[in-house]
Ligand binder design. Structure first.
Ligand code: PMP
Length: 448
């Protein structure tokens, strides 16, 4: 089938996620036909360096024959069985242990889902079950953050703090959103450290406002991903931890993007030295080759969950799917062969040397990075941080010019973001930032 025919059937039959369907039906979708290493290829032959690792998931790039072989072997051995009703199978049990071995020491139990969204829905259920088991069924309020992304199911999207999503459905009740630690965006007189403390203390204020005996949990991404790679000031997480401890509320860290190495540690919770009650994971656990997510549960929470005398009435047909678990086991094995250290050392350094230098571009108000994620704030005026008119237009222009420069960067409003795969080396990071600079030049020509 040629590209035009494919675009026609796609336009006629496919309803796309996070897409203006009428708009792409008019323009025709971009057809991605194949991939190799860190590169994707459009059906028209255009080759792109994938600065986003797919959707933050193909952390080891697209060519990993050992994962493919593990999937094929598992399809032969046991293509499906469930983990309901007192059953397990080798891969689910082995994977639960392999993840526990790499997580912070006090997290030793895993509930499997198919995605990050389902994991966040599941954690709501587990939080309720925990507080019921503790004899505090009135503790149901969950505090989350504005501009957070926790998925697209009703639960995940309600926990998330994206107004443009909330406008399109009726959110779950008793979820409360506080400010995010977005220092650059706030354009405040406070120093980053002061601002980190200030925004963390919004949690304390909200707990006091709701009544501490009503609050069940706080959920946050360690670094906000889809919201624009918002890296909290160093003062933020220690203060959040102090507040959660002080009021005895459960801390949920959504590591769907950062779990499995993106900060150069297995989990960002280790990087930030925080002690969550739950870690949410998905994406990178299988290198994106199979759908799999889950909730890691701390020992103190598991003790309570296990003390209930009735069944946990929650689960998915594909919870712990053997083929997805096999892909994950091999992914973890490969990641263990030096990739996490490489992100923490060589790649973190390369990002600091090259990516941060993009701040010298006239269009860039701030360049920031941590581990292997980066962001650029596009501004009309660097000193006042004034944005371009059109609310996100500059981002869209730059995203398109980036494709012209052979690089996939994503735009969130007027913030450009990247999360490249761990298989790059220093020279690739240099190449990536050169392409980004070229994209900024092209965007500037259009915007000014
Ligand atoms: N949480 C976070 C932090 C995410 O970034 C995402 C996906 N981008 C999700 C949850 C949802 O995961 P999924 O798309 O697998 O449902």
């Amino acid at each position: 089938m040629n590209i035009t025919e494919l675009q026609q059937i796609d336009a006629a039959h496919h309803l796309h996620p996070f897409t203006n369907q009428a708009d792409i039906n008019r323009k025709g979708t971009r057809v991605i036909s194949h991939a190799e290493g860190a590169y994707i290829f459009e059906a028209n032959g255009h080759k792109l360096l994938d600065g986003m690792s797919g959707l933050w998931c193909c952390n080891l790039g697209y060519t990993q024959p050992r994962i493919n072989q593990a999937i094929a072997a598992q399809l032969e051995e046991l293509p499906y069985y469930n983990t309901f009703f007192q059953c397990t199978h080798p891969r689910a049990a082995e994977l639960a242990k392999a993840i526990s071995d790499r997580a912070p020491e006090h997290l030793n139990r895993v509930f499997f889902t198919n995605s990050g969204s389902e994991a966040n829905d599941s954690v709501i259920r587990l939080i309720h079950r925990y507080w019921d088991g503790k004899g505090h069924p009135q503790r149901k309020a969950i505090i989350a953050r504005q501009n957070a992304y926790h998925g697209s199911t009703i639960g995940g999207a309600s926990l998330g703090g994206m107004g443009f999503m909330h406008e399109q459905f009726e959110t779950l009740g008793n979820i409360h959103h506080i400010a995010q630690p977005y220092w650059y965006g706030a354009n405040t007189e406070l120093s980053p450290e002061e601002f980190g403390l200030y925004t963390a203390r919004e949690l304390e204020k909200k707990i006091q406002e709701l009544g501490e005996d009503k609050v069940a949990a706080f959920i946050a991404e360690p670094i906000q991903g889809a919201g624009g790679v918002i890296i909290p000031p160093d003062s933020y997480w220690p203060e959040i931890q102090r507040i959660c401890d002080r009021y005895g509320i459960l801390l949920v860290v959504d590591e769907v993007i950062f779990g499995f190495g993106r900060t150069g540690h297995w989990f960002a919770s280790q990087f930030y030295n925080i002690s969550p009650d739950f870690i949410i994971f998905a994406k990178g656990v299988t290198n994106g080759f199979q759908p799999l997510g889950g909730v890691m549960v701390s020992d103190r929470v598991s003790d309570v969950l296990l003390s209930h005398s009735n069944d946990l009435a929650h689960g998915f047909t594909y919870s712990g799917h053997p083929v997805a678990c096999a892909a994950a086991l091999t992914t973890l094995e490969i990641l263990s062969e030096g990739y996490i250290d490489k992100v923490r050392t060589e790649l973190t350094q390369a990002m600091e040397d090259y990516w941060l230098a993009l701040a010298d571009h006239p269009l860039v108000g701030e360049a920031r990075c941590k581990g292997l994620v980066g962001a650029l704030e596009l501004v009309k005026d660097k000193s006042s941080r004034e944005r371009f008119a059109g609310n996100g237009r500059a981002g869209t222009v730059c995203r398109d010019s980036s494709l012209q420069s052979g690089l996939v960067m994503r735009a969130t409003g007027d913030t450009m973001i990247i999360a490249p795969p761990f298989i790059l080396d220093r020279s690739h990071v240099k190449d990536l930032t050169e392409r980004a600079w070229q994209a900024l030049d092209l965007a500037q020509a259009q915007l000014r």
